[in-house]
Design a protein around this ligand. Sequence first.
Ligand code: RIB
Ligand code: NA
Length: 309
Amino acid sequence: EALDVMVVGSCMTDLVSQAPRLPKAGETIHGHKFFIGFGGKGANQCIQAARLGAKTAMVCKVGKDFFGDNYIQNFKDNGVNTDFVGQTSDAATGAASIIVNSAGENAIVIVAGANMLLGSEELQNALPAIKQAKVLVCQLEISPQTSLLALQMAQENKVKTIFNPAPAIPDLDAAFYRASDVFCCNESEAELLTGSSVVNVEDAHRAGRELLKRGCRSVVITLGPQGCVVLEAEESASKHVPTTAVTAVDTTGAGDSFTGALAFYMAHYPTMPLEEMARRANRVAGVSVQAVGTQASYPLRKDLPAELL
Ligand code: RIB
Ligand code: NA
């Protein structure tokens, strides 16, 4: 059965501490809450797409350990196909240490572990499924060569690609741009990739034009409460898509909620204007920031108004 969305990417166990603020170097501070959750940008995006109703599969690698076993169960609980989820005894399941402050902002350290062992062999095994998918999504928490190869395999088979260059690397291989139908990043990633500051909508328009020149079909730059900007190669205008204000309690994984939602809309409404998909994805991500946790805060289809589905 053909898939809507395939994600080739990371799984991380999120170890989250809530504290009044982020600690400084060498400092110990008291937090008030600790919890463990399912995270990793790839899996987050896949879970959000699945919760909106997309038929999804994850191509990833976890460790042969407690966290890895739990993660596979999490995919099953969310209806994600696990045929291409590998388990290795050569590395531990990826982990993310996350601190969230009272403003809902975070600082994250990831130890990718097993994620880095996902390679071309696993992609070859998944190729028959990739060929039939509508949309393929990649990020940068696995080996960059694996991400690039996955995007290229999809592109060769006329599967739409979304690339989320997160966490960003300054000297991103130019081939990533050419392999992206939608190049979707946030303001800080856009800043790192273009080398010029991106703090407002005007900056984002400028950065977007620069990224578009590098060869992607379209660019979306998310700006948190300021919404996002959307640029397409065929259209000269760069569009600002504002969003409705919400009170953020935890913004961790909001960008992944956005990207996963975008993948769902691209698969379900291939002719919908990208601007409209981005407007809806903003609203979905807006729901996620109003609850604590990463995947734990992602809305299900049944929790959303019909106009977003
Ligand atoms: O984008 C949020 C994610 O980044 C977290 O879930 C954490 O696992 C890190 O990968
Ligand atoms: Na959240």
